[in-house]
Design a protein around this ligand. Structure first.
Ligand code: GAL
Length: 424
């Protein structure tokens, strides 16, 4: 009896061990490594990136973090180029807008239709956004969010102390800035890096010129709009803003500028809603500690910045499978919710439940839908959504030169913008 039991349990045990090793083997065969290049390294961004890593680990894959610090991603793009040129691309990289097409033309991206087709991405994404993720009709990138760029962030207590309300026009902005100055705080927290200068510039172009002017000048690159009375007013307003920033602004990272508003050293910041991720990571509450308002004059407009991960061709089959799982995970409702709650953005997937999101995200979601119906949804140039990267780089140089030099004139700058628009 004892013997039988022993035999039976031994058999059962070996059966169990066999099953377990088989499962383990299958697991090993299926699990892959997924290396993702991104520049999400600040407080809120890192939390969002961790959500992505956790999602992939839960699927049994190994996460290889390829984070290259530097807001706006300029450094990340330089590093990516050298990796791809050396024939060793990561599985995925944060690439967005027209750059997706530029990378696809190099023949290095992989076709994701085997994931996107069965999962109905065409029905789940706004058509304008889906089109940008495809090359010659095939998906080569997966989107994670929609950031709104034209936001102004305000420290509630600082504004209360100065006796002012969040500005809704550029005239009100300068009145508020004067009041903040008198109250002894830095009116506008700014980081003097070219993508941040341009973020401010495009906010002004939208607020002063409106969406139609913005599209004509900065998306269609129309020379008459680039050299017009409206552009004169845009440049003059833009330069006037500099007088309300502090002397330590040059070179400052965007999240350090956000921290100045969080601490109440500065009253406002013009920045996309990844700044909200910083406020939230610091334990602050919208509507109580800080306010989100559309950048002056742009309440009806929405300048968008969609983060996406473009996927590279991989030789290793297990890693390619992990890459497919990544693409699928990025579009899943659970991930879209978790990632965007941390990132400050809103889900890119349509018809998502917004119950867990705060008032800023709900406003953003409403404005995204309304602006797309009203023709006031515009792509952000500063964040790589509108023009070829060569044009973007040339325009950023012109705008930053104008911001930084006391000698640069409005007339010369407009002429230079027209030339930069031809840098293809
Ligand atoms: C943007 C990017 C955001 C955020 C920001 C600051 O270009 O789309 O996800 O990371 O830069 O780095």
């Amino acid at each position: 009896m004892n013997k039988t039991m022993t035999l039976r349990s031994t058999l059962r045990l070996s059966a169990l061990t066999l099953a377990a090793s088989a499962a383990l083997l299958t697991g090993v065969a299926r699990a892959g490594e997924v290396e993702v290049l991104h520049w999400w390294t600040s407080g809120g961004e890192a939390k969002a990136a961790q959500a992505l890593a956790a999602t992939m680990k839960a699927k049994g894959h190994t996460w290889k973090d390829f984070a290259v610090a530097g807001g706006g991603g300029d450094s990340a793009m330089t590093v990516l180029k050298s990796r791809v040129v050396s024939g060793n691309p990561p599985a995925a990289a944060q690439i967005k807008g027209p750059s997706i097409q530029e990378w696809a033309r190099e023949g290095v991206l992989t076709n994701l239709d085997d994931v996107a087709g069965p999962e109905h991405w065409d029905q789940l994404l706004p058509p304008q956004i889906a089109a940008g993720l495809k090359y010659k009709g095939h998906y080569v990138a997966a989107p994670v969010n929609v950031h709104r760029v034209n936001w102004l962030w305000v420290n509630t207590a600082v504004f209360k102390k100065a006796g002012i309300k969040p500005p809704t026009s550029w005239a009100e902005f300068f009145t508020a800035a004067e009041a903040l100055k008198k109250a002894g705080v830095i009116p506008l927290a700014h980081g003097g890096q070219s993508w941040q200068d341009f973020t401010t510039f495009e906010d002004v172009a939208l607020g002063v010129g409106g969406a139609a002017f913005y599209k004509k000048a900065l998306v269609q690159l129309d020379p008459t709009a680039l050299k017009s009375d409206t552009m004169k007013e845009v440049l003059t307003t833009f330069k006037k803003i500099k007088g309300y920033t502090d002397k330590n602004a040059p070179g400052r990272d965007w999240n350090l500028a956000t921290a100045m508003v969080i601490r109440g050293e500065a009253g406002m910041q013009l920045m996309g809603d990844w700044a909200k991720g910083e406020f939230l990571a610091a334990g602050k509450t919208p509507g109580k500690d800080f306010e989100c308002v559309a950048s002056p004059g742009s309440a009806k407009d929405f300048s968008y910045n969609v983060d996406s991960l473009a996927m590279f061709q991989l030789k290793n089959a297990a890693n390619a499978k992990a890459q497919r799982d990544l693409a699928s995970a990025l579009m899943s409702p659970d991930f879209q919710e978790l990632f965007n709650l941390n990132k400050g953005s809103i889900p890119v997937r349509l018809n998502m439940n917004m119950d867990k999101f705060d008032a800023c995200a709900k406003q953003s979601s409403k404005d995204f839908v309304e602006s797309s119906k009203g023709g006031t949804l515009v792509p952000s140039i500063a964040h790589g959504m509108a023009v070829p990267s060569a044009v973007e780089g040339a325009m950023k140089d012109v705008v930053s030169q104008f911001w930084n030099s006391d000698k640069a004139t409005v007339e010369d700058t407009m002429t230079k913008l027209v030339a930069a628009a031809k840098a293809q």
